[in-house]
Design a protein around this ligand. Sequence first.
Ligand code: NDP
Length: 240
Amino acid sequence: MTRVAVVTGGTRGIGEAISLALQAQGRTVVANYAGNEEKARAFTERTGIASYRFDVGDHEATLEMCAKIAAEVGPIDIVVNNAGITRDGVLHKMSFDDWNEVMRINLGGCFNMAKATFPGMRERGWGRIVNIGSINGQAGQYGQVNYAAAKSGIHGFTKALAQEGAKYGVTVNAIAPGYIDTDMVAAVPAPVLEKIVAKIPVGRLGQADEIARGVAFLTSEDGAFVTGSTMSINGGQHMY
Ligand code: NDP
């Protein structure tokens, strides 16, 4: 049986690598995106993976679009909550909108996707949810109170939902990437990035594929005994 996997923010960056890794595992993959039509169209043409546009921070839209995916593609057994944004700034300059928007999408998106799909996984007795957190949710980061709080919240959300899913065959885990070479990191000013790389023991940025391989394991049958965990994939930058 081919299981259906939905990867939020799955058309570029880390999400694209995750979509491809799950496709290579034989999953029927659906990639979600927010609004970058050009990237989404090119991704679908290149990979044959269907892409669905919706804002994971919008509760009603997420419920509606997940119902549509289930009707058009099949019941959703695997969810990777990868969509995320940054709105960085030191607290005294950060607006309430910057706070809210990051919480709404990065953390609210996980809740909305789980509301749309977890009940079905529970009923069918099998499911996999992987939430993409961040090293900055574990360790904090200057200028990112909104992002660090949302990502840290993801780690708590994961452990709580894992307890609800455990006896129904639904595992819920998080991956906390370190600095990965994507558009998000390309937006970090070069002198700041140099200082960051200097603190990574393996001496380089991570590659999106290195996160995708972690997701592929956690969503596989082999990952059945792993739940409520956070896998840190960060080149040794933060160890605990
Ligand atoms: P990118 O900025 O490269 O891609 C973000 C993806 O998320 C895009 O596909 C985008 O869609 C989608 N997206 C953004 N907002 C929404 C929304 N409201 N609804 C649906 N989709 C949305 O990010 P990365 O690949 O770098 O990061 C992926 C995840 O990994 C994020 O959660 C990020 O916080 C996390 N992470 C990244 C790290 C890094 O070093 N890059 C480090 C640690 C964590 P569209 O293309 O339409 O804009």
